[in-house]
Design a binder for this molecule. Structure first.
Ligand SMILES: [Zn+2]
Length: 281
């Protein structure tokens, strides 16, 4: 039976951003930027009118991700892109007709263009020189969940003394970046921890299980995203945000995939939380 998907957020999460960065990188690397054409500068912050002149003729050195930002390094600096709530990037022939909500084209000397579409306009485009990681948007970010510094000891240390629910703690980007609602729910299921538990109540062993759960669920999501890389190329291509096999997320009232108990739903911090009362303690 086809399930209702109206609750599924289309907001790009860390795995989608990572997949996007990996997907566009081969098309951008070593290419020169023929032109930046801004069709609609009104994003979360207005696109700098001097940016087109500044970027002209620069060569792309590489593409990487930090938190949910895409960093495009060029000859004399960098571009910093955020997909916001609804943004997407596609690689298209530079003659492709515009569609509603297309904000800018980064035209390459290959005659292909990187096109940004964002109906809700929460995305952003910045540029600068020097160390991009010192930009105010990036400088104070917490560790990456997939980096070694996000480990058992770290999670144990930052949860001490915190009464806040563990799910809200791991979704707090001042503790760890990029763990969205889906991934927090799924990681807590994998770790056998109830989402409402006080963060400080977690034992060291539970912190270990949760760190492992967060890394595993994000890696799986990135792997699934990886199968849709081809969707970034071609006029009809839309970023194919994967649909993965979820244990609890949006499965309220359905049997737990491990034990058969019906999955419960609760609102927590204005977000929906899903869990199994048998598998999670
Ligand atoms: Zn269960």
């Amino acid at each position: 039976m086809r399930r209702r998907s109206s609750h599924t957020p289309s907001m790009p999460e860390l795995p989608e951003v990572e997949t996007t960065a990996r997907g566009i990188e081969p098309h951008l690397r070593d290419r020169r930027i023929a032109r930046l054409v801004v069709h609609q500068p009104r994003l979360r912050w207005r696109v700098d009118p001097d940016l087109s002149r500044w970027i002209h003729g620069q060569q792309v050195r590489g593409v990487r991700r930090r938190a949910k930002y895409i960093l495009i390094e060029v000859t004399h600096g960098w571009l910093l892109l955020h997909l916001g709530m609804s943004g997407s990037l596609r690689i298209l022939p530079d003659s492709t007709a515009l569609e509603p909500h297309d904000h800018f084209d980064l035209e390459l000397d290959s005659r292909w263009t990187l096109r940004f579409n964002d109906p809700r306009r929460f995305g952003s485009l910045h540029h600068g020189t020097g160390d991009p990681l010192e930009h105010p948007l990036l400088a104070k970010l917490a560790p990456e969940p997939l980096d070694p510094e996000f480990n058992t000891e770290y999670l144990y240390r930052v949860t001490r003394g915190r009464r806040v629910a563990i799910k809200l703690a791991i979704m707090n980007s001042q503790l760890v970046v990029g763990v969205g609602n889906i991934y927090a729910s799924e990681a807590l299921f994998r770790a056998g921890i109830r989402p409402g538990r006080a963060a400080r109540s977690l034992t060291r062993a539970e912190c270990a299980a949760l760190v492992k759960g967060i890394k595993a669920v994000l890696k799986m999501a990135i792997r699934h995203g990886g199968t849709t890389l081809r969707d970034y190329v071609g006029a009809e291509g839309k970023p194919g945000y994967f649909k993965q096999k979820l244990f609890v997320y949006e499965r309220a009232g359905e049997p737990c995939r491990r034990c058969g108990t019906l999955v419960r739903h609760r609102n927590q911090g204005q977000r929906s939380t899903y869990f199994c009362t048998t598998c999670q303690h």
